[in-house]
Write a protein that binds this ligand. Sequence first.
Ligand SMILES: Cc1cc2nc3c(=O)[nH]c(=O)nc-3n(C[C@H](O)[C@H](O)[C@H](O)COP(=O)(O)OP(=O)(O)OC[C@H]3O[C@@H](n4cnc5c(N)ncnc54)[C@H](O)[C@@H]3O)c2cc1C
Length: 390
Amino acid sequence: METFDIIIIGAGPAGLGMARNLADTPLKIAVLERLPESELANPPEDGRDIALTHTSEEIMDDLGMWAHIPEDQVGVIRDAKVVNGHSDYALHFESRRSGKDYLGRIVPNHLIRKASYLQVKDLSNVTLITEAPVVEVRTGQVKLADGRELSASLVVAADSRFSENRRKMGISASMTDFGRVVIVCEMAHELPHNDIATECFHYDQTLAILPMHGDLSSVVVTLPSDKADAAMEMTELAFAADIQQRFGNELGKMELVSKRVAYPLVGVFANRFVTERFALVGDAAVGMHPVTAHGYNLGLTGGAILANEIKEALARGEDFASATVLHRYERAHRKVARPLYLGTNALVKLYTDTRLPAKMLRRAALRLGNILPPVKSRIVQQLTQVDMRT
Ligand SMILES: Cc1cc2nc3c(=O)[nH]c(=O)nc-3n(C[C@H](O)[C@H](O)[C@H](O)COP(=O)(O)OP(=O)(O)OC[C@H]3O[C@@H](n4cnc5c(N)ncnc54)[C@H](O)[C@@H]3O)c2cc1C
């Protein structure tokens, strides 16, 4: 049986980020991934464009990942506004309230995945084992589909929100099926977006338009599951015309420039993030509804928190996978993740509820948000995630 200090299951952005965070330690790490290495090296476009907080941008820069993202592919979100139904009233979030001159950056997910891979593939203390689905997991041990067995002091599962290894280790999770599907794509448009992100909450569907590089936007449409097939089957021209019209022609003529990708919306929150010599990171710990754009951001900061606790334990000469160390990670990450998860779910509920009291409440919420500066500052701080690692 081959022995490592840490086994990470899943070479998605969270698993690779975690491995990269531990590059400057003497720990021997294995990252196990069921996909082939060619797919990690050149991940296909998946329609997701990831809005990054200031904290994530800093971590990516510290880890050397930012240098692998082509500058001309990075969009800037300077301001954001939230529009309710067909009302002209909007809640505005200006970047100056965050103390920076922008709220966040936006980068296609496949470029983040590629940058994560490039920063890990040549690390001397990390062994990347691909085409290696984990089929069994126990405390300190995993078994691969080809029969190989590996052992480690700590196993970290970063194997997606539907993590099988979480379940196999006896950790339950609360799941919310929103009964909705999100369709994502990129669209070019005639008029400039001026780096403003817009979230329009219509009564049967939500439309987010996020400013990318140039005259390009990331379009995120959330709609009831029974209407998703029809939207996916629309011709490109009809789909583009529909989005253009729903957005009130604010960006002039719009054109679809990527494929459309549909994701069912299920939020997941693991009831524990750790158990004996085992920890969850990324979506395996917290799988967010994408409306508040926090999934990757949380996965990256969570991985950084866990890596930091491990490094501090090593510096003190202690067992880096002890219950004390793992619980410190759980406490710190939960403190940040739980309010974001619950807040996001409450927001989704409020803005998809078509009953009259909810409609009135959302109108009031927008106005209150604009009128009360402390409310707005708090929201901007959450959006930009200025101090998430503390
Ligand atoms: C439409 C959409 C928009 C989004 N927008 C944003 C945004 O703007 N901002 C933001 O921060 N986040 C956003 N997110 C969330 C973000 O994409 C996810 O949080 C992030 O990709 C999760 O990364 P992960 O590494 O935890 O999981 P994944 O990317 O799911 O990776 C898991 C990996 O584990 C591997 N694996 C699974 N099981 C096994 C096994 N048994 N053995 C070996 N390998 C295994 C899989 O092959 C995969 O490579 C969005 C998500 C969606 C769907």
